[in-house]
Design a binder for this molecule. Structure first.
Ligand code: ZN
Length: 64
């Protein structure tokens, strides 16, 4: 049987080994440049990946 693939938007990364998107974040570390480094482990095959996520800066009103 073929597994039904749910149509969902890309919520994140895809496992390069098994192709799933079920990751368990084990570590989150903010970087100095404003990004966030996350260590994730695939729940299915245990593949470890590191992602760098850019955090959009909050829009600030100009205070002159
Ligand atoms: Zn996997």
């Amino acid at each position: 049987m073929k597994a039904a693939r749910a149509k969902r938007e890309d919520l994140g990364i895809q496992c390069p080994r098994c192709g799933c998107r079920h990751f368990h974040t084990t570590h989150t570390e903010p970087l100095r440049d404003g990004r966030i480094r996350r260590r994730k482990v695939c729940r299915h095959c245990g593949r470890k990946v590191i992602t760098f996520e850019a955090v959009p800066s909050l829009p600030r009103g100009r205070d002159c």
